[in-house]
Design a protein around this ligand. Structure first.
Ligand code: UDP
Ligand code: MG
Length: 305
């Protein structure tokens, strides 16, 4: 019996890319002499994404699609695809072909060698602005440090064995972070470098503000370390206040004490600021707990092929 490879492709308003992606990826996969299935996850697109997949599926019964009732985000789309998949292994990749299909044979070969996770790592970050690069660098170093998992150059381009997929889809978290969790689960993994191609058609689905929110969201769902910032700030403040208090007493006893309003105002502002930031961090975690306890589904499937 030959292997079945599931190709999972989250797609949000990708009408221009569906057929190109399908043709290009299929060509690579059939060269491997394996069975395959395509699972497009239409993440609540408002364009013809679903219809495009439908057209493809009329010609190839190995093409499937689940379509969400609204946009639930790429993470949910990936998990929906994993849940639907039946393959012995799954490749998760972007619809815009920024994850080059010609890396798949190498990933497949490594999987055959016994690696359960074959992750694509970005050789370079393609055409990204300096600001974007800097933000990405800060995000990955913060999240890697907080979670003790090296996520530098990590991407969502990955091939996984059935055993990994089964463990991932058993997670009950309402807000999963795929890149983090797929490393957190362990197993034997290997990295394959790839060059980020340019997006062929359409636009990136991320806005700058959207990416910033995504970064904060993923750091807080994946690590509780930022809560410790509050503690660290408290300790720093106690140390500072010992010195300041000492100085004030010294001035008092040497009778050089002045009005000192500037210090007082400065200190009040600073402490106020730190307390507010700390409350903000705690609030962020409480909102995550709130989302988790509501226990809503990660996505709602409206229709499928
Ligand atoms: N995507 C998705 N849901 C979203 C945003 C993006 O399924 O809410 C998909 C998108 O269709 C693409 C992949 O995620 O297949 C990567 O998105 P994009 O190319 O916009 O991100 P970038 O490459 O700019 O990071
Ligand atoms: Mg892209």
């Amino acid at each position: 019996m030959s292997d079945l490879i599931s190709v999972i492709i989250p797609a949000f308003n990708e009408e221009a890319m569906i057929k190109t992606a399908y043709n290009e990826i299929r060509q690579v996969i059939i060269s491997l002499n394996v069975d395959y299935e395509f699972i497009f996850v239409d993440d609540g697109s408002s364009d013809r994404t679903f219809e495009e997949v439908k057209e493809v599926s009329l010609e190839d019964s190995n093409v499937h699609c689940v379509s969400f009732s609204r946009n639930f985000g790429k993470e949910s789309a990936i998990f929906a695809g994993l849940k639907e998949s039946k393959g012995n292994c799954c490749v998760v990749m972007d619809c815009d072909l920024q994850h080059p299909a010609n890396v798949i044979p190498e990933m497949y070969r490594l999987w055959k060698e016994g690696y359960e996770i074959v992750e694509g790592v970005k050789k370079d970050r393609g055409k990204e602005s300096i600001l974007y690069r800097l933000m990405a660098k800060i995000f990955y170093s913060v999240i890697s440090r907080c979670s003790n998992i090296d996520l530098k150059d990590a991407s969502d381009f990955v091939l996984m064995d059935r055993i990994v997929i089964d463990s991932l889809i058993s997670f009950p978290e309402a807000a999963p972070f795929f890149r983090g969790l797929s490393r957190w689960v362990g197993f034997r993994s290997v990295k394959v470098p790839f060059e980020v191609s340019e997006r062929r058609f359409g636009n990136s689905k991320w806005s700058k503000a959207g990416l910033f929110k995504y970064a904060i969201h993923n750091i807080t769902i994946f690590s509780a370390d930022p809560l410790q910032l509050v503690t660290v700030m408290g300790v720093l403040f106690i140390i500072a206040s010992i010195f300041l208090g000492g100085e004030a007493l010294y001035r008092y006893f040497t009778q050089t004490a002045l009005g000192g309003f500037t210090t007082v105002i400065g200190l009040i502002l600073l402490t106020g600021g730190i307390i507010m930031i700390s409350l903000g961090i705690i609030g962020l975690y409480i909102s995550k707990i709130y989302d988790e306890v509501k226990d809503r589904p990660r996505y709602i499937i409206e229709k499928r092929i």
